[in-house]
Design a protein around this ligand. Structure first.
Ligand code: HEM
Length: 411
């Protein structure tokens, strides 16, 4: 679209656009340059402020009293479907109180044992593919990117491995509710999402009951027996948190993994560099996160009249924080449209920033490091074998399918 067209005609949020074209990077680039805090009225159900620069996204995210998460976390939701409540929709002071309870399970130190498990799951996922066929064609998403984070998060929560396929189906149905592929028997998007959340709830509620009487070394047992202020954590809070983890911990990492593979296929020189120099792995992980930006946006609602980037925001107005745009912000990233495994510094906002910054960031980094390391060791050959298929969502930017032709080495 030429730069002379009015900003109001830009397409920045419609899920159809994401399904057919991917991220609207050109439109976001124009907004960053011409109107970084822009009142967008092109989405009929809800006018909102599009925040496209790193600077203002950080300002908003660091003032949770003024910009609340409670009313809504996304602009385009399946209408009337229950939101996924929990930590991510809590506001001060409730938010800090709950985050304090769980944070000790998510620090790099606490996750030491998880590292071994994550490496093993990464190896197992590639072993499974190898066992099916050492070479040939597969869908990288369903063979590798999808089962991998499901296994990790389910293991953290204490879900037995025979039930991991259930977790996989429910998370697809909640995050992909707007995508007809995930509707069962003619269900609407709302019905799909509501049913999946209810099924997850009742499954976890049964598991929680078991862990109360027979605790294991897992998150559900930890929460079942925690006494943060002398009393137990209410059951509804534990369940909401577990459901949130299953969703937040799966779809995002899956899309960073599959999007990362596609980035390397499009930049084979960067793959070769990483192969030659494994010390680049940590910066490569950060670059994959910046490049893929699996969370497109999360929303906030202003709690009072406030000025932001020279614009007057009114109490009750919705704001969309476009992390995926901030990750191409020319003010912050040198040559933002170049994919470089040695990029340093890399101040990406893939995990958000401020009050709600991703609780699972260390887990996600462990996962991406493990799967990249395993692919570097074992992937002899890989090329796209057909068009990638994108998810119809402008909240979590997903790849539903990445067909590849591959050749793998044994472990
Ligand atoms: C590449 C992977 C991931 C990405 C890109 C990602 C992205 C994000 C973002 C942008 C937020 C901020 C939400 C906001 O400000 O409103 C967030 C929050 C959160 N993430 Fe992640 N995430 C990833 C992986 C994970 C994993 C693996 C887990 C769990 C093990 C997780 C659990 C959470 C939770 C619980 C929150 C809410 C934190 C709060 O409200 O205080 N995420 N994530």
């Amino acid at each position: 679209m030429p730069d002379t067209d009015p900003l109001s005609s830009l397409e920045i949020i419609h899920p159809d656009h994401f399904a057919t074209h991917g991220y609207p990077q050109e439109a976001w680039r124009r907004l960053r340059r011409e109107a970084p805090v822009y009142r967008y009225e092109g989405w009929a159900p809800l006018a909102f402020w599009a925040i496209t620069r790193h600077r203002e996204i950080a300002q908003v995210s660091c003032q949770p009293g003024l910009f609340a998460s409670g009313p809504r976390t996304e602009i385009v939701a399946a209408a009337d479907a229950p939101q996924v409540h929990g930590l991510i929709t809590m506001d001060p002071p409730e938010h800090a109180r709950f985050r304090q309870i769980v944070i000790e399970r998510f620090t790099p130190r606490a996750l030491g044992r998880l590292r071994v498990q994550v490496d093993e799951v990464a190896r197992q996922v590639l072993d499974d593919l190898f066992a099916r066929s050492a070479e040939g064609k597969c869908d990288f998403v369903s063979a590798v990117a999808e089962p991998f984070p499901v296994a990790v998060i389910a293991w953290m929560l204490g879900v037995p491995s025979e039930d991991w396929p259930l977790v996989r189906r429910w998370t697809n149905e909640v995050v992909g509710a707007l995508d007809p592929e995930f509707h069962r028997g003619g269900e609407s998007a709302q019905a799909t999402q509501a049913r999946a959340i209810n099924e997850m709830h009742s499954y976890l509620s049964d598991l929680l009951r078991k862990r109360r009487s027979d605790p294991q070394d897992d998150l559900l047992s930890f929460l079942a027996h925690a006494r943060p202020e002398g009393g137990p954590v209410p059951e509804h809070e534990i369940l909401a948190f577990a459901v949130l983890l299953m969703i937040a911990g799966n779809e995002t990492t899956r899309n960073a993994t599959s999007g990362g593979l596609v980035a390397f296929l499009e930049h084979p020189g960067e793959w070769q560099r990483l192969r030659r120099d494994a010390s680049l792995l940590p910066s490569a992980v950060e670059e994959v996160l910046r490049w893929t930006s699996p969370v497109v946006h999360f929303a906030r609602t202003a709690t009072a009249d406030v000025e932001l980037g020279g614009q007057k925001i009114r109490a009750g107005d919705a704001l969309a924080l476009f992390y995926a745009s901030a990750n191409r912000d020319e003010e912050v990233h040198h040559e933002p449209f170049a994919f470089r495994v040695d990029r340093r510094p890399n101040r990406h906002l893939a995990f958000g920033v401020g009050e709600h910054v991703c609780l699972g960031a260390h887990v996600a980094r462990l996962e991406l490091r493990a799967i990249l390391a395993e692919l570097l060791r074992r992937l002899d050959h890989c090329e796209l074998a057909g068009p990638v298929v994108r998810l119809r969502s402008s909240t979590v930017g997903g790849l539903k399918s990445v067909p590849v032709r591959y050749r793998l080495r044994p472990a």
